[in-house]
Write a protein that binds this ligand. Structure first.
Ligand code: 6PG
Length: 232
């Protein structure tokens, strides 16, 4: 994994937006998987300034809360307001409004991803660029420590009951994320310094470490505060 450190969160967001726009401008790079969170949101807002790079791009959610898109907690609602309501790209939210239990919605989204994403060499759906955040507990997407989705090996997108939050999440699995052609972790703020050091310095077992270790081409974009406990 490559590591890049920026003075502060706005600088990080600017670099992330430039990297994403650059990647999406290359021939054949047509899809982006999106995270929720404040660091990604700042990046999405800046991407409004690169409408050409976003034109006709298909965006999908790496995870979602089980709420309608107009709910303040919706990750897709955040991404729409920050970017996709303003550019000519296509955002594919999890079809929560269509109804059904979390498992059924996850299965429908998995089927949609199988047609949206190109096939990799192994014949399975392959994400292009994937943007991820990091929680202070080591979660990424909605792969929370100790949650059932960590054990799933034969699915790309599942419903995940997160006991400590007492709520359902929908999430990409390790399997799907590991097939991404590029993974970009966006992490800012002092509250992330311990977990960043644990993952990057000590390679401790957290869901985000597992994704980072499996990434074919991965980069951590950190601000100085999030990087402040790294040993180098
Ligand atoms: C959640 C949060 C979470 C978030 C990270 C990073 O669903 O529990 O949205 O996944 O992405 O905690 O968030 P920040 O980018 O705001 O630090």
């Amino acid at each position: 994994m490559q590591i890049r450190i920026f003075p502060d969160a706005p600088n990080l967001a600017e670099a992330a937006a430039a990297d994403i726009a650059g990647w999406l401008s290359l021939p054949g790079n047509r899809t982006i998987g999106l995270a929720g969170g404040s660091t990604p949101r700042a990046t999405y807002q800046l991407l409004r300034e690169s409408p050409g790079a976003l034109a006709d791009i298909d965006a999908w959610m790496t995870d979602e809360r089980f709420v309608p898109i107009d709910h303040p907690d919706s990750n897709a609602g955040m991404a729409a307001a920050a970017l996709f309501d303003h550019v000519d790209a296509i955002l594919h939210p999890c079809p929560i409004e269509e109804g059904g239990e979390p498992d059924e919605v996850a299965e429908r989204y998995e089927e949609m991803l199988a047609t949206l994403l190109p096939q990799g060499a192994d014949g399975r759906p392959q994400p292009g660029l994937v943007v991820l955040g990091l929680g202070p507990d080591g979660h990424t997407a909605s792969l929370f420590p100790g949650s059932p989705a960590l054990e799933v090996a034969d699915r790309d997108f599942v419903a995940n009951w997160v006991e400590e939050k007492g709520e359902w999440r929908l999430t990409a699995t390790f399997g799907l994320l590991a097939r991404a052609r590029r993974i970009m972790f966006l992490v800012s703020g002092e509250s992330k310094a311990d977990i960043v050091a644990d993952i990057v310095d000590r390679d401790a077992a957290h869901p985000a470490s597992r994704v980072a270790n499996a990434a074919r081409d991965g980069v951590w974009l950190l601000d100085q505060a999030a990087a402040s406990k790294l040993s180098f």
